[in-house]
Design a protein around this ligand. Structure first.
Ligand code: AMP
Length: 398
């Protein structure tokens, strides 16, 4: 079955067409700057890449353009849009309602709408993508795959905040976790590389990209993760602050006279690696600057790796042991330095990196990079493949 995978943001739509049985990507691309000046489609199909610059006013026009190029005589992946068997949508927040992927019905759409207060930036964009796809591919089965779903197995003692209980009851303020599709994929893939059943393993997965989170995966289930009510908690990231004394935002409001919106912007967009280094939110720039002796770039890298290390210790304790540690996403897959520093001094836990294997495992390669008792792996993530697989599985049961 050919599945169209859509990841709709507020001004962008990323897509892939995947032939699920052979796990083959037939075409992929990105619509950018929807509703803004300079909107365009970047599409890669059978005959290479094409960039189409034209006015794209909304998600509906974006999907129409995507379908046009997916069935393009030269660049297409299908002869006509009807060859697409189903559509899989990435949805950021499924609240407490969804612990797995589901067929999209009117009721599911309503539930995704009800989760908007939990993800005010993401869920409206995800919904716009779903509604536009339904309009342009009427009657086609569609599936929602939630970033939060994998973490619904967390026990209450790891997802509750110590604030008055009625706030959880009334507003559902608790830890949810994100990147679930990635943590699910890399933990299963790592078990398969190790040739051991997932159900027997205690694993920590570290998704270190522009956004970053770690997950304690015990016997195949998420039992804790670093992101919380929003993707701001936990590790510190490109521009997000990560864990912080909750009194800090209040102090910023009181002392700097910032509005809540300004504090939100500061902690989400101006902090993290960018804020600490003053150079860039991009790990490559920081590694380069640190190499040249920039002390704040070095500090940003040290802080980053230290935080990863602290969570490795915390999650080994939470699970009562550790069999495998998995690195993934842009930094996890490509930065031997961050992997090395994150694992430094953890020999007492059985974590020991093999320098040569570590340095050789970059650019989409998967493999084992350890020589100690705990297996340390690099596994390139593939969220689109998970969405396509889930979609086919649900649709083939109809
Ligand atoms: P992602 O969000 O998964 O695309 O990851 C983006 C992050 O990966 C950025 O911070 C990049 O700087 C980082 N990254 C990509 N390639 C490399 C590399 N070769 N070395 C270090 N960091 C990298």
């Amino acid at each position: 079955m050919k599945v169209l995978v859509l990841n709709s943001g507020s001004s962008s739509v990323k897509y892939q067409v995947i032939e699920v049985e052979g796990e083959k990507v037939l075409a992929k691309g990105l619509v950018e700057r929807i509703g803004l000046e300079g909107s365009r489609l970047k599409h890669r199909g059978a005959q290479g890449e094409i960039v189409v610059e034209e006015e794209i006013k909304n998600h509906s026009e974006a999907i129409e353009l995507i379908l046009k190029y997916l069935s393009h005589p030269e660049y297409g992946a299908v002869k006509e849009p009807d060859e697409i068997g189903a559509v899989g949508h990435r949805v950021v927040h499924g609240g407490e309602k969804f612990s797995g992927s589901v067929l999209i019905t009117d009721e599911v759409i309503q539930s995704i709408r009800e989760c908007i207060p939990l993800a005010p930036l993401h869920n409206p964009a995800n919904l716009a993508g779903i509604l536009a796809a339904q309009e342009k591919l009427p009657g086609k089965p569609m599936v929602a795959v939630f970033d939060t779903a994998f973490h619904q197995t967390m026990p209450p003692h790891s997802y509750m905040y110590a604030i008055p209980y009625h706030i959880y009851q009334e507003r559902r303020v608790r830890r949810y976790g994100f990147h679930g599709t990635s943590h699910r994929y890399v933990s299963a893939r790592a078990a398969s590389i190790l040739g051991r059943p997932l159900q027997e393993l205690k694993m920590i997965t570290a998704h270190l990209g522009n956004g970053a989170s770690m997950c304690a995966v015990k016997e195949g289930k998420s039992v804790d993760t670093t992101m919380g009510y929003t993707p701001l908690e936990g590790l510190y990231m490109g521009t997000r602050c990560g864990d912080l004394d909750p009194a800090v935002p209040l102090a910023l409001q009181n002392q700097l006279r910032l509005t809540p919106q300004e504090v939100d912007h500061l902690l989400n967009k101006k902090s993290g690696m960018l804020g600490v280094s003053g150079i860039s939110s991009d790990m490559r720039d920081l590694e380069e600057a640190a190499e040249k002796g920039n002390p704040r770039a070095e500090l940003a890298l040290r802080m980053y790796a230290y935080k990863v290390k602290k969570y490795i210790g915390a999650y080994a304790a939470a699970m009562g042991g550790l069999d495998a540690l998995v690195f993934t996403a842009g930094i996890g897959e490509n930065s031997p330095l961050i992997r090395e520093w994150s694992c430094e001094g953890l020999e007492f836990l059985g974590i020991e990196i093999d320098d040569e294997l570590n340095r050789a495992t970059i650019r989409g390669k998967e493999g084992i990079i350890s020589k100690g008792k705990v297996k340390v792996l690099v596994v390139p993530t593939n969220e689109e493949l998970v969405i396509a697989r889930d979609t086919m599985e649900i649709v083939s049961r109809l």
